[in-house]
Design a protein. Structure first.
Length: 156
């Protein structure tokens, strides 16, 4: 917006100019407000979609974990049953089944733990990169400069 004196000058030169300037400023303000509202709506929509996606992923992961747990329990039960029967090959098959079920459970636990640890360390690095670097205090810089100038030969 021009200063009041400039508006008066414009109005003196051409009648209605001040009203036009105000009208233009109001339209610009309305446009800015509409753009901000539209951007806010877009951000809300993105947030809702992201949360829906994350919730669905979490439910899917939980369902998969339960299915793996039930499958491991069934394999362990069948393997234990084979070991306890007196058939000659059954203990070998039973121990192999137990070994595969337990190693699968341990492997899944270890891989989830490692990926969570990696995700946390990546997040920590991102957070530390966002922090502003602290400049060297002027007092320390002044001391170093003073020491450097005092140590020159021939000074004093």
């Amino acid at each position: 917006m021009p200063s009041p004196e400039a508006l008066r000058t414009y109005e003196d030169v051409l009648l209605g100019t001040a009203e036009r300037v105000f009208s233009l400023a109001e339209r610009k303000l309305d446009l800015t407000e509409r753009q901000l509202i539209a951007e806010e709506r877009r951000q809300d929509q993105i947030h809702r979609e992201t949360m829906t996606h994350l919730t669905a992923n979490h439910k899917s992961e939980q369902q998969g974990q339960w299915m793996a747990f039930i499958l491991a329990c069934v394999i362990l039960g069948l393997s234990f049953g084979l070991v306890t029967t007196g058939a000659p090959v059954a203990p070998i098959v039973g121990v192999a089944g137990m070994n595969s079920a337990l190693s699968g459970l341990v492997g899944a636990f270890v891989s989830v733990s490692l990926s969570n640890r990696r995700r946390r360390s990546d997040r920590g690095r991102e957070d530390s990169n966002r922090l502003p670097k602290s400049p060297e205090p002027d007092s320390q810089r002044g001391i170093q400069t003073t020491l450097a100038t005092d140590s020159k030969p021939g000074k004093r």
